[in-house]
Each structure stands twice: as structure tokens, then as C-alpha cells.
Design a protein around this ligand. Structure first.
Ligand SMILES: [Zn+2]
Length: 427
């Protein structure tokens, strides 16, 4: 539900969490110019007077935050149907339209930027960037690389193959390098590999190492040769986590089995952990899954909670990702609730979803904090998330989302805005 298209925005009557300060600013104002660049974010008392052409919005005492990031989505995958059903039983046009709907609901939940780690073609990224559809800013890996029989091998237990374009198999360093080149040719912004097996794959285990050390090094080198692109790795068990961290991967995805060695390896290399707790805290119903998957999940959820809590305690550099597609779309900010449940402070959870995630995606010079010169990607929450972090995960309490100063969705209602505009034209 896009509203006005001017980027010259002024939001008043808000509590500000700017992603820089440790504390909130009560009675704050944020201003952006016609290019959607922030010109002021701070106390109302110090704000410049309203200018002609600015759209002023009354934030109604809500809390204004930088637009949130989800650094691990699968927007091309529905969360309510199996990959089999989509691959074999669904009309491709309807499947594409479903993705458009998911992009919208993700944006409306407060997520203004995503990194998609498998199954999202670059056309969606480009369509959002061109303003043809509404959605978060997108970086996409397009596909996932793993070895034969590994986490992203979509050969089914029947022996039949799905042959999904989103899964690429590589079994030696040369094949790994070729796989990276193919994905870069397809327009990938980031490379996603598997260095461990997975919970959802039938014939491997999170304890198994997927790509081997020399294959990981080939991927990291090839990605780096092309504009310094980063590599993200699905790494759940200890072996896969250590192999990824020691061979130059920038972010460990899931990291459920991260132990002290893994925590140290990340710290030494300034790498990131994206714990995808939404998958860990997802309700488990044995009647809705296969027995082997249920047993794996039960075991690994326990391991994950213990290890991620330790990583939080030791201040590992954590960025926010949900694995949406495996978990529901459009409720992404619930991830912050789970981080807080495992010991992170609410302000640190917000920083993880904004400034830290922006750093992981290499866009922290433009996004992730609300300060002059940055793009006005903002989210307004009706209540104070520092008092109750669950508010951010409740779409009904996300009252406004803007990207680069342009309001993408609002529950505040346009009459307020119009009244203010009328007031302004009289003054
Ligand atoms: Zn994933």
C-alpha cells in the first residue's frame, strides 16, 4: 500500500533509536531531503523548522528505528508448502506472483533490506530497485553450492532428481570455482555454500562436513576476485563451522554447533554469525514431518540454544537472519525476540538487525543507522521495543515503513498527514 511518493520527509513525535547512541532520544524528529537522505535525526528541540514541500508525519509517540535487515531469507520459497509441491505441482506464473506477495509482506513487517541465500533470481532484486514492485532492498546468492549427496543435492530418496536451478553441485576445487563463475554470470551478489550437512536433508547430518577445505578456498578466492564478493556458508555442526571460518567465509549461517573454538575462529577473522533462531524456536509437530527430520531437529534445537546463548554472552558479531521460507515470511522481526530470549539485550538485538547486519552486507556507509547522510530507511513501532521486544514481531504494531524517505506502508492513516499538510500550507 504505497502512499505519497515524495522523499522529503519529516517525522515528529517519536522516540528515536538511531542505531548509534546507546540510549533512546525522547521527543525526537527525523528529517530527510528530497533525495531521501537524512538531514537530521535527534531531539525535537534542536530540529530545523519544517520546510516547504516536506511531508510531515505525526509518529504518535511511537519508536522510530533504522529499517531492519534479514540477512538470511528464501523469498522464492513458500513457508507453507513443501519444496516438492512447488517444484512439481505449481504453476510457475503463480509461483512468481507468490514471491511478489512475500516481498511485500516482508517489507511491511519492517524489513527494508534482505540478503536472500538461495532460490531468488536476480530479476526480483532488479524489479524492486527499479520501483516496479514493492519489497526490501535485495542481495541474492541466486543458488546454493554443495557436493554430491550434500545439503543442497536435491536428488530425492527415490533416486529421482528435482534439478532445481537454485542448487549447484561441485565435487572438487575446479568444479567449485566453475560453480561460482556460473552464479556470478547469473548476477549473484553473494555466494552461498554448504560446509556442513543439514537437518532438512535426508542423507546427511549437521555433523558432516560438506565442501572440503580446498573447495571452500577455491570458492572464497573466486568470489573475492570478482569485486570482493563475500561468501556465506550453511554451517551447522562443529566441523563445517570451523572449516568455513578458517577458510575465509564471511558469515556462518545457523552455527548451531558453534563451540569455543568456533567462537574464537570467528573473532580472529572478524566474521559474522547469523544464528537463524526463528528455525530453532519454530514449533515442532511430529505429525507434520518425517521421523528422521523430527529427531534431528529435536537434538539440534537443544544444541543450538546452548551454543548460541554462549556466543551472545561472548559478544560474537551477530547479524540477524531468519531462514524465512523454512520459517514463516512476514514475521521476520520475531527473530529479535529469540535473540533476547537467549540473553541479548533488546538494544543489542536492534543493533544486530540494523548496524551490524548493514556491515555484513557491506552497505553500512548508506544504511543501518539513522544519522545525517544515510538513506532514510525507517521503521516506526507503535510501542517501545526496548520495554517489549515482541512488539517488533507483531505486524499490527509496525505503523510505518519507509525506504529512502518514501513511505511504503503505514497504519497511521493518511488523514493525519493531510491535516498536517493543510496546517503547513496555512503557515
Ligand atoms: Zn537457509
Amino acid at each position: 500500500m504505497p502512499t505519497a511518493d515524495t522523499a522529503a520527509l519529516r517525522i515528529r513525535n517519536v522516540r528515536l533509536i538511531d542505531g548509534v547512541r546507546d540510549h533512546t532520544v525522547e521527543e525526537a524528529v527525523l528529517e530527510a531531503d528530497e533525495n531521501g537522505l537524512i538531514t537530521y535525526a535527534g531531539p525535537a528541540a534542536g530540529a530545523p523548522p519544517i520546510r516547504f514541500g516536506q511531508r510531515e508525519i505525526d509518529g504518535r509517540g511511537g519508536t522510530l528505528l533504522p529499517g531492519l535487515f534479514d540477512c538470511h531469507t528464501h523469498l522464492g520459497m513458500p513457508s507453507d508448502r513443501s519444496i516438492l509441491e512447488v517444484a512439481l505441482m505449481s504453476d510457475p506464473v503463480l509461483t512468481m506472483l507468490d514471491t511478489v506477495t512475500r516481498l511485500e509482506s516482508t517489507l511491511q513487517s519492517g524489513i527494508t533490506s534482505v540478503r536472500d541465500l538461495g532460490a531468488l533470481p536476480v530479476g526480483f532484486r532488479d524489479a524492486v530497485a527499479a520501483g516496479r514492485i514493492a519489497g526490501p532492498r535485495i542481495q541474492t546468492s541466486v543458488a546454493v553450492i554443495s557436493h554430491t549427496g550434500g545439503h543442497a543435492d536435491t536428488t530425492l530418496p527415490s533416486g529421482k532428481r528435482l534439478d532445481l536451478e537454485s542448487c549447484v553441485i561441485a565435487d572438487d576445487p575446479t568444479e567449485a570455482r566453475v560453480a561460482v563463475r556460473e552464479l556470478l554470470r547469473a548476477g549473484a551478489d553473494v555466494i552461498k555454500i554448504c560446509t556442513s550437512g543439514g537437518i532438512s536433508s535426508a542423507r546427511d547430518d549437521p555433523d558432516d562436513q560438506d565442501l572440503l577445505d580446498d573447495e571452500i578456498r577455491a570458492v572464497v578466492d573466486e568470489a573475492g576476485r570478482h569485486g570482493g564478493r563475500a561468501v556465506a556458508s550453511h554451517a551447522q555442526g562443529r566441523a563445517g563451522i570451523l572449516a568455513a571460518a578458517r577458510n575465509g567465509v564471511r558469515s556462518i549461517e545457523h552455527g548451531f554447533g558453534i563451540e569455543q573454538e568456533g567462537i574464537d575462529a570467528l573473532g580472529e577473522r572478524d566474521a559474522f554469525l547469523v544464528p537463524t533462531l526463528s528455525a530453532v524456536f519454530q514449533p515442532l509437530d511430529p505429525s507434520e514431518t518425517t521421523p528422521w527430520r523430527y529427531q534431528k531437529k529435536l537434538r539440534w534445537n537443544g544444541i543450538a540454544k546452548e551454543n548460541i546463548a554462549r556466543a551472545i554472552e561472548q559478544k560474537v558479531q551477530i547479524a540477524v537472519g531468519t531462514d524465512a521460507g523454512i520459517t514463516p515470511h512476514g514475521e521476520n522481526p520475531l527473530e529479535l525476540t529469540y535473540l533476547v530470549e537467549l540473553g541479548m539485550s533488546p538494544i543489542d538485538a536492534i543493533r544486530a538487525a540494523t548496524a551490524t547486519s548493514a556491515r555484513l552486507l557491506g552497505v553500512d556507509d548508506r544504511l543501518g543507522t539513522l544519522q545525517p547522510g544515510r538513506l532514510a530507511d525507517v521503521v516506526l513501532c507503535a510501542t517501545d521495543p526496548l520495554k517489549d521486544i515482541r512488539a517488533l514481531g507483531d505486524p499490527a504494531r509496525i505503523t510505518l515503513v519507509a525506504q529512502q524517505g518514501v513511505v511504503r506502508s503505514t497504519r497511521l492513516g493518511d488523514p493525519t498527514v493531510d491535516a498536517l499538510n493543510a496546517e503547513r500550507s496555512h503557515s
